[in-house]
Design a protein around this ligand. Structure first.
Ligand code: AN0
Ligand code: CP
Length: 318
């Protein structure tokens, strides 16, 4: 693999998830592959899981991770071409990306949507600039529109916890949140579930006006009645996102949408999933996240194996 910018960079989602499950049994078996190789993790936003699990994955493969928090420690980068740089930005991404490429064999980037300018977010300014100017493979650790390492971890988790059934029903449910959050996790989960080789029944439920980018949800059933959407589901994947239509707005904080035993009772004993971090009793009630059906901790553990299988595929191609 040359890069991992979206879930569609994977040759096959199910096969990759199965390979990751194999790797998990003996995570140190490919230590030679990453020996004397460096991965640079560049963070323009906060993180717990991505930061630690991607480092852990690199260490498992024998690589040396180096981490930089651009928000707090780096020079402010300019991304536009031809600008007169007489304002706050100290360095152009053109130099930065080429320089970092000399120190690192792979560059991983986290750069969230700003949620103010839809066109700018959809152009993936940061990720695309690094892709353009870096001379080494680039890995997406959550960009404006996608979080493919999370989506692969989700596919691994579903593979491990699925009931024996012909066709799984997977529900992506919006839930309230006081702050405006990006669409990346919802987008990538929908893309993964819709492209999965097993052919899931994919239902997305949210209040009217919270439709995700229709290009990401083509093939899914949109159901505005949350209780109805949950009927006979095998997996409930919860996430808040701000409005896509009224870009970045928080128009609804209706706690009826908070996941509780009320909606879970409609399911076929569904597992509860969330990428974390999650606000308890806003997004999900304690009774659900603390229940036996909650697999959020196992899901977070799979972030390591998601990153490790992707890094392994990139290292094999260096
Ligand atoms: C981020 C988001 O919603 O995209 C990261 C999730 C992995 N969440 C928050 O900012 C709370
Ligand atoms: N799920 C996830 O990406 O978590 P972090 O934001 O803590 O990395």
């Amino acid at each position: 693999m040359k890069q991992y910018l979206s879930i569609h960079d994977l040759p096959n989602i199910k096969e990759t998830a199965l390979e990751a499950i194999e790797l998990k049994k003996n995570p140190l078996q490919f230590q030679e592959l990453g020996k004397n190789k460096t991965i640079g993790l560049l963070f323009f936003n906060n993180s717990l899981r991505t930061r630690l699990s991607t480092q852990k994955a690199a260490l498992n493969l024998g690589m040396e991770p180096i981490v930089m928090n651009f928000g707090a420690e780096g020079w402010q980068l300019e991304f536009e071409d031809g600008t007169v740089m007489d304002q706050g930005k100290s360095e152009h991404v053109k130099e930065a990306a080429q320089v970092i490429s000399q120190y690192c064999d792979i560059i991983a980037i986290r750069a969230f949507a700003g949620l103010e300018d839809k066109a700018k977010d959809e152009a993936e300014e940061v990720l695309e600039a690094f892709k353009k100017y870096a001379t080494v493979p680039v890995l997406n650790m959550e960009s404006s529109v996608g979080h493919p390492l999370q989506a692969l971890a989700d596919a691994i988790t579903i593979e491990e916890h699925k009931p024996a059934k012909k066709k799984l029903k997977v529900v992506l449910s919006w839930a309230p949140h006081p702050r405006a959050l990006p669409h990346a996790v919802g987008n990538s989960f929908a893309e993964m579930a819709l492209a999965h080789e097993d052919g899931f029944e994919v239902v997305i439920t949210h209040p009217k006006g919270y439709e995700l980018n229709p290009e990401k949800t083509k093939g899914a059933t949109i159901e505005y009645d949350q209780d109805k959407a949950f009927k006979d589901a095998d997996f409930i994947y919860t996430k808040n996102w701000s409005s896509y239509k009224e870009y970045g707005k928080v128009a609804n904080t209706d706690t009826d949408w908070t996941i509780s035993n009320r909606q879970m009772a409609e399911t076929d004993n569904a597992k509860f999933m969330h990428c974390l971090p999650v606000r308890r009793n806003v997004v999900v009630a304690d009774e659900v996240i603390d229940s036996e059906n909650s697999i959020v901790i196992q899901q977070a553990n799979n972030r390591t194996y998601s990153a490790q299988i992707v890094l392994k595929k990139i290292l094999e191609n260096l």
